[in-house]
Design a protein around this ligand. Structure first.
Ligand SMILES: *Cc1c(COP(=O)(O)O)cnc(C)c1O
Length: 446
């Protein structure tokens, strides 16, 4: 079956991976691109759409990464391609802060309508997820006239200076890059596999730590990923998030849900906050929002979003017209093609196969996630300790067989699956079966 970019929806590996052209390009990359910009797979992309990425050697890989939860509608979704092409011919940029255009306003209207909460909302658009998080902190500080920012263990919020301070993991994100922004405080969250606490117990611990170490009267905002992404697809215990949100509200603290990874249908709802029954004051969005074009948003209660004076928020490229056109087309695609329901189908398929494997393999310590954001955490069966080496081995085998496979987690021992929501189910099943076969083989060899 073909589609907008003409990529047949089948895996096909006929060279070694990486193939000769990718190897040549990798040499040029190593010579020309800063070492800090790493790559998961040394395979260069040629075309991509739906569940398949075609590389420059003509191999077709099953995509279980979607460019880290970005191309949820596919890498060349027809509506996105058409909308961007149309906008491209009209103009590429005016700077919204100089001469505005309708698409920016329309994206904000969509964000205001789609994010949880039926109170008056406003939005602002930026380019990257980190920039959205930074601006959420800016409005929270301006609104509360407080300074402290509270984040959780295992958090990932980006790579700019403020968001590095907010991100938990040192290597590779922070190592050598200090000093970091002040007034960022890290407290424990909820990680059922490793802390064994109920949601209520974990929330009590979180609130106690904020109260004792920061003081609610100093706290501008608590910033939480409803499901931690890079940190390991950690789903908090039931009741954790509502208790923290309630406490924030009682103490005049802005609750920010960082939905950069979990947003836009990824978890089987428009936003993961809905799955936990919480209504954040502010939501940050990016990755899945614009079909692969760089766009991010901050959406929140109108009075919070309006706390900054005119000119306090923005950026030359923020809300670029091509990206806004893409976002409107992507949102239409989520709606018209039933992709929220499809995320739930993907969850059923992945969880069923992973749980079946877990029943016979005690190295699979946990299977978790929601929608098309599913992970398995690999552990040493004797101790329960994280087994990052095993996760890397399995990912390496799967990649060599033509499956784009990502790892994550504070301990690097989590295999995470983030397929495009438009992937064919048979292709998804093939991809996950290749990964599980690799895991089984490694066990057999040991
Ligand atoms: C990816 C991510 C970010 C950072 O987004 P960039 O576009 O890479 O700056 C922030 N928060 C979360 C939860 C993310 O997953």
């Amino acid at each position: 079956m073909t589609n907008a970019s003409g990529v047949p929806q089948e895996r096909s590996v006929h060279s070694e991976i990486p193939g000769p052209r990718s190897q040549d390009l990798m040499e040029r990359k190593t010579a020309a691109v800063a070492r800090g910009v790493g790559t998961t797979m040394p395979v260069f992309a040629d075309r991509a759409d739906r569940g398949v990425l075609a590389d420059v050697d003509g191999n077709r890989l099953i995509d279980l990464g979607a460019g880290i939860a970005v191309t949820s509608v596919g890498g060349a979704a027809p509506r996105v391609v058409a909308a961007v092409r149309d906008q491209l011919e009209r103009f590429t940029h005016t700077c919204f802060m100089v001469t505005p255009y309708e698409a920016y306003v329309e994206v904000c209207e969509k964000l205001n309508a789609l994010t949880p909460g039926d109170f008056p909302k406003k939005s602002a658009l930026f380019t990257s997820g980190a920039e959205a998080v930074e601006n959420a902190v800016k409005v929270a500080r301006a609104y509360t006239k407080r300074q402290a920012v509270v984040v959780l263990d295992h958090a990932y919020h980006g790579r700019t200076n403020l968001t590095m301070a907010m991100t938990a993991k040192n290597v590779p994100y922070k190592d050598g890059f200090g000093p970091f922004s002040p007034e960022v405080y890290r407290v424990a969250g909820s990680y059922p596999l490793r802390d064994g606490l109920s949601g209520a117990q974990a929330a009590r611990r979180t609130i106690e730590q904020i109260t004792r170490q920061v003081g609610p009267g100093n706290t501008a905002c608590v910033v939480i990923e409803p499901i931690a992404g890079e940190g390991g697809f950690i789903v908090p215990a039931d009741g954790f998030l509502p208790a923290v949100v309630d406490w924030c509200r009682a103490n005049g603290i802005v609750f920010v849900a960082d939905e950069v990874q979990t947003g836009f249908a990824r978890t089987g709802a428009w936003f993961a906050s809905e799955l936990f029954g919480i209504v954040p004051d502010v939501v940050t969005t990016a990755k899945g929002m614009a079909g692969g074009l760089p766009l991010s948003g901050v959406t929140g209660r109108a009075e919070i979003m309006d706390a900054s004076g005119p000119g306090g928020l923005g950026g030359t490229y923020g809300g670029n017209p091509l990206a806004c056109a893409a976002a409107l087309a992507a949102i239409e695609t989520y709606e018209a093609d039933g992709l929220i329901a499809k995320a739930q189908v993907i969850e059923d398929l992945l969880v069923q196969r992973l749980r079946a494997a877990q029943a016979g393999d005690s190295r699979i310590g946990d299977v978790r996630g929601r929608g098309a954001m599913i992970a398995m955490e690999l552990v040493d069966p004797a101790t329960g300790d994280p087994d990052a080496a095993l996760a890397n081995q399995v990912a390496g085998l799967a990649r060599g067989r033509g499956v784009i496979t990502l790892t994550c987690g504070s301990y690097g021992n989590v295999l995470r699956f983030l397929p495009p929501l438009t992937i064919d189910e048979a292709l998804l099943a093939e991809g996950i079966d290749i990964i599980l076969a690799g895991l089984a083989e490694i066990g057999a060899a040991a």
